[in-house]
Structure formats: C-alpha cells, structure tokens
Write a protein that binds this ligand. Structure first.
Ligand code: ASP
Length: 328
C-alpha cells in the first residue's frame, strides 16, 4: 500500500466554464471527489487529499509556496507518505515546482500537474493529467529525481520545464533537453537521469526580488526605479548570449554600488547566457562589473533561485556560486 498526499491549490484544473465560456473557480476542486482511482492501482493506493488553496495561479506567492513545502515536509515526517501530487494553475506552475525543487530535501516523488481546459469543457485534460501525476508519484522510479512536472503524457523536471503556449494542451516543454520521461498506456517510462543538487533550507521568504526584461533601446529608467532600500535582488533577462544596451549601464552600476545582487539570464527561451561579447554593454563588461551569470535557467526560475538563496542568507561568493550554476 502506498500513501500519496494530494494537495490541490487551484488553477484551471479546478475551474469550470460558464455558459458564456468564461472560466471560473468552483467552490471546491472537482478532483476532491476522485476516489475511484483506487481500482487502477489494485487497491494498493491510499490518497490523502487536501485543498490547501483554491487560487488561480497568478495569486500564488513565495509565502504560499513555502506553506506548500512545509505541508509536504509534515507529510513525510509525521504521516509516512510515499509520494506527493500537487495540482496547480499552469501560469506560475513552473515557479512553484522549482521553488519546491530547491527547498525540499525529499527523495520521495513530488509531482506537479495542471490543466489547460476546465473540468466541464470539451477535451478537458485535468482528470487525465491528474491520473498521470498519480501514476508517476506511485512509481518507484520517480524517487530521487527532484520535483517533476507531469502534463500531456510527458514527465519534465521542475528545473528546466516552462509554459510555452497560452492555450495548447502541449504547453509544457523543456526547450534545452526535452522531457525525462513519457507516460504510455500502462507505464511511466524514464530515460534520463538528473544531476543531483544541494537543498537550500529556508524558514521564511524575503520580498523585493525583481525580474526585468531587456529590449532594444532600453535605458536605465527601470533600473533606477527599483534602486530602493527595499530591493534585495534583481534578475535581468538580457539580450541574446547575455548583452545589454549600453544606456542601461550607469543605473546598473548604481545598483551594484548599493550592494544589490544582479543576476543575468538570456531572454532567449533556449541556451545559456555567457560572457561572449566584448563591446559596450556586452557580456564581458557585464561580468567584470560583478553581474552574476545564471546558466541555463529562464528569468522566472532564476528569480526563484535568487529569492531562495537570499532567504537562506547567502551572499558574496557563496551566492554567486549557488546562482551561477543551474544544478548547484
Ligand atoms: N490562469 C490559470 C491559472 O494559472 C491557468 C491555468 O490554470 O492553466 O490558474
């Protein structure tokens, strides 16, 4: 008998369409009533189901992510759970999944899923994705692989998966490496191993960590606007291989002079930001200025990593090393 903790948090998977087609939250997630999965698992499955939140995922916050982490830890330490399934809105799903990946010491499977269509819509994918997520959390092979995202018959790592389409059910992709597993009719099939990463233990989360996206003609105004005593860190989605318009540099120098850590990723959805170009605003100059290059993460995940690192009290070289490496 395996005990799986199911935590519903809201999102489209919990919503229904009105007569006009607008999606609205239900008073309770329709999946709360899903006890009929037992038969599929030969009655060797016990689901402990809770609606920890009922929120659209744009309402998710790092504080709520931490509450989710704490609930999972309690399940592991006091209730002997063998795996976790979290249902979540898809808009910020990758951020919650990555937050948990960085902060959970678990080796039990932790699987996050959602849906692109409401519970009563034609071709609704919620129940199917939920069932796939339970299969994955139940599988012995899912242990020790970090937090996983299961949608549309694919298993992705929280570390690299991203939402790529506004409405398509095949929205979750891992642009750099692809999924690490596929769900077939009767099995969860894994075909890649993950490099282990250290867990970052936190008991609170700080605010004031921002994400800014670079564009042609950008100047220093947005950077100056966040040059505040309440700002703890900034992630920049830079251009191409990791470059910025030179007009941004004076304001960025000011931020660095105020000891605000600045992390740089690329706004390209694929590839790694590096100090390749040696011209005004090029990566070589940005790195010399003290900007931390974060390798392989997208902007929203780099922001979660910076926020977690700062909440853990990391600074200086320790912060630089931790944020620089996608797998540290
Ligand atoms: N806006 C919804 C949410 O993130 C979309 C979804 O669940 O897919 O909650």
């Amino acid at each position: 008998m395996k005990k799986i903790l199911v935590l519903h948090t809201g999102g489209t998977i919990s919503m229904s369409a009105t007569a006009s087609g607008a999606l609205q939250p239900n008073a309770e997630n329709p999946l709360m009533a899903q006890d009929d999965l037992q038969g599929l698992f030969d009655h060797k499955l016990q689901l402990i189901t809770e609606e920890i939140f009922n929120l659209p995922s744009p309402h998710m916050t790092p504080q709520r992510m931490l509450a989710l982490r704490d609930r999972i830890l309690r399940g592991e330490r006091e209730e002997g759970i063998d795996g976790v399934v979290i249902t979540h809105g898809t808009d910020t799903l990758e951020e919650t999944a990555y937050f948990l990946d960085l902060t959970l010491p678990s080796t039990i499977p932790v699987v996050v899923t959602g849906a692109m269509r409401g519970a009563n819509e034609i071709g609704s994918d919620g129940l199917y994705n939920f069932q796939s997520a339970v299969w994955t959390a139940y599988s012995d092979e899912a242990r020790g692989k970090g937090v996983l995202v299961v949608m549309n018959d694919e298993v992705h790592t929280a570390r690299f998966v991203t939402k790529t389409h506004t409405t398509n059910v095949a929205t979750f992709r891992t642009p750099t490496f692809g999924p690490i597993g596929l769900i077939s009719k009767h099995h969860v099939n894994f075909f890649q191993e993950l490099i282990q990463q250290t867990v970052c233990d936190i008991d609170h989360v700080i605010n004031g960590v921002y994400l800014l996206k670079a564009f042609a003609g950008m100047d220093g105004d947005l950077f100056s606007a966040v040059d505040l005593p309440t700002t703890h860190g900034i992630v920049i989605e830079a251009l191409g291989a990791g470059n910025l318009p030179p007009e941004t540099l004076p304001a960025i120098r000011q931020l660095l002079a105020h000891h605000i850590p600045i992390v740089l990723v690329s706004r390209c959805f694929n590839g790694i930001a590096e100090d390749v170009y040696d011209y005004a605003g090029g990566g070589v100059e940005l790195k010399k200025m003290g900007i931390i290059f974060c390798r392989g993460l997208n902007g929203q995940k780099a922001r979660i990593k910076l926020l977690v690192a700062l909440s853990n009290g990391k600074q200086g070289d320790e912060l630089r090393h931790y944020v620089n490496n996608a797998v540290s």
